[in-house]
Write a protein of this length. Structure first.
Length: 221
């Protein structure tokens, strides 16, 4: 490879780029898992919870959805430090992204559950299923088909939002590309590389979502 070419510069920066890609993928994966689990719990709480609990969850969802994710990232890193809570930049970013995404997924879960025909849950009651059984065998499987598309959109947004972690010093994939650009000035080539990689990650997520949709396609309303 000739010095100064794009392939040569990729080879020179390979470890930095791979490290950045690993941080992007790991932070996105952790955020998706945490936000999905917490979002499901809060979404169920919004639908079936005790009224004061529903008010508290609603307050959380509405406040977090109304705050820019960049502000949450800055608060998780700098704001918590003011209260003597020192969180490493990576985990501060994951906490902020998870808090933001949990609110969106909770609202998605609530909408999916409430959109189900009332007859489904009434039929489950009629055959003697307890609440946790109705939830596990009827409500969640049926609601999953409806919440999968918006959930996949949220996952794609999480991947794109990981680029904001660079503001608190996390060297994710985009920042590792920018560091390479600062050395070789191949601006277009490295930004195109970043765009392709993010596209491939989100394409993978969409394919996994499509696989889940096929998995739940046999459930009927």
């Amino acid at each position: 490879m000739e010095r100064g070419t794009f392939l040569y510069e990729i080879w020179v920066a390979r470890w930095s780029l791979l490290s950045g890609l690993g941080i992007t993928v790991s932070s996105a994966a952790l955020t998706i898992v945490i936000a999905t689990l917490l979002g499901m719990i809060l979404g169920i709480g919004l639908t079936y919870g005790w009224r004061p609990l529903r008010w508290l969850i609603r307050l959380y969802v509405d406040v977090l959805r109304g705050i820019p994710v960049l502000v949450l990232i800055l608060f998780a890193y700098y704001g918590l430090a003011m209260f003597k809570i020192n969180v490493p930049p990576f985990w501060a970013g994951v906490i902020a992204l998870a808090a933001f995404s949990t609110a969106h997924i909770a609202e998605t879960i609530r909408g999916g559950i409430q959109s189900l025909p009332q007859g489904q849950t009434e039929a489950a009651k009629a055959i003697g299923l307890q609440f946790h059984q109705r939830l596990a065998y009827v409500i969640i499987p049926l609601a999953t088909r409806r919440v999968l598309p918006p959930w996949m959109n949220t996952c794609a947004e999480i991947v794109k939002n990981t680029t904001l972690l660079s503001i608190i010093g996390v060297v994710e994939f985009l920042l590792s590309n920018q560091q390479a650009i600062a050395r070789n000035y191949l601006v277009l080539q490295f930004y195109l590389l970043a765009a392709v990689v993010y596209l491939l990650i989100n394409f993978t997520i969409s394919q996994l979502g499509a696989m889940l949709e096929r998995r739940y396609a046999h459930f009927r309303y």
